[in-house]
Design a binder for this molecule. Structure first.
Ligand code: NAD
Length: 259
């Protein structure tokens, strides 16, 4: 992979889980990384880890569901670092609920974070990327952008929409030097997965180990995905040699979903 070190990467929801791994991976590659999310202390921790690796990170608070905060974020980054050329829309939530019991506010919140947050970041950061003639938008979707599972209808619908936005933007950005792709992880070993497993264990009376075993068995490899594996694919998509890959949705799921 030809390196793209030096270009500024922005990771939303970067304080933990996949976002943290993305931030560490890009920083290790030599990219200044802006780590954003809602909890400053977590962002500071990730920035300190980057620091220890000898990389450069700017931890900045931003709720992606609030457009003025996203715009303010862009202004601060431009004054302190420069133009973001690698945008990784990672912030997300995946609460479980039976469709008929789901509150409207849960549906709205999931769409606000997973879809509208991605939309705001694309709207705000794409113009400068296009002006620079080079850019990478990487949306962390999910295998549920392609298939459905029970009791997570808002999550499934929002991630299908993220994939639709990815494809539509890839077409529209075709001649700009900006590629737009989605990564579709299966079950990844993060707090999100652990919290969902705990909730399922409580509801069904099974043990946490049994639920995690169920998650693992959805993959032919019978394991959870390491967040670092998602970050490795993001590095590949951000590389120079991936300039012909756009509008794609690539699974990192141990073969759980083959579409
Ligand atoms: P996580 O819950 O550990 O991390 C999600 C991060 O997004 C958190 O830091 C959270 O605070 C942040 N976030 C939520 N709402 C936000 C908002 N309004 N503004 C800014 N940040 C916000 O989860 P994760 O497993 O690391 O998931 C990261 C992404 O990967 C999500 O988009 C998720 O849907 C996707 N994903 C996860 C899995 C999995 O199994 N864990 C599988 C497929 C896809």
């Amino acid at each position: 992979m030809e390196t793209v070190s030096g270009k500024i990467a922005l990771v939303t929801g970067g304080g933990r889980g996949i976002g943290r791994s993305l931030a560490l991976a890009f920083a290790a590659r030599g990219n200044p990384v802006v780590v954003t999310g809602r909890t400053q202390s977590r962002l500071d921790q990730v920035a300190a880890e980057v620091d220890r690796l000898g990389g450069k990170a700017l931890p900045l608070r931003c709720d992606v569901t609030r457009r003025p905060e996203v715009e303010a974020l862009k202004n601060v980054i431009e004054s302190k670092l420069g133009t973001v050329q690698i945008l990784i829309n990672n912030a997300g939530m995946a609460p479980a609920a039976a469709f008929l019991e789901m509150e409207d506010c849960l549906w709205e919140e999931v769409f606000k974070v997973n879809l509208t947050g991605t939309y705001y970041c694309c709207k705000v950061f794409l113009p400068a990327m296009i002006a620079s003639g080079w850019g990478r938008v990487i949306n962390i979707a999910s295998t549920v952008a392609k298939v459905a599972y029970s009791h997570i209808s808002a999550y499934v619908a929002s991630k299908h929409a993220v994939l639709g936005l990815t494809r539509a933007l890839a077409v529209e950005m075709g001649r700009t030097g900006v590629t737009v792709n989605a990564i579709c992880p299966g079950y990844v070993e993060t707090e999100l997965t652990l919290n969902n497993a705990k909730m399922m264990a409580e509801k069904t009376g099974r043990s946490l180990e049994q639920i995690l075993g169920l998650f693992k068995r959805t993959s032919p490899q019978n394991r959870l995905i390491d967040p670092k594996e998602v970050a490795e694919l993001a590095l590949m998509l951000a590389s120079e040699s991936a300039s012909g890959i756009t509008g794609q949705a690539i699974n990192v799921d141990g073969g759980a979903v083959m579409v």
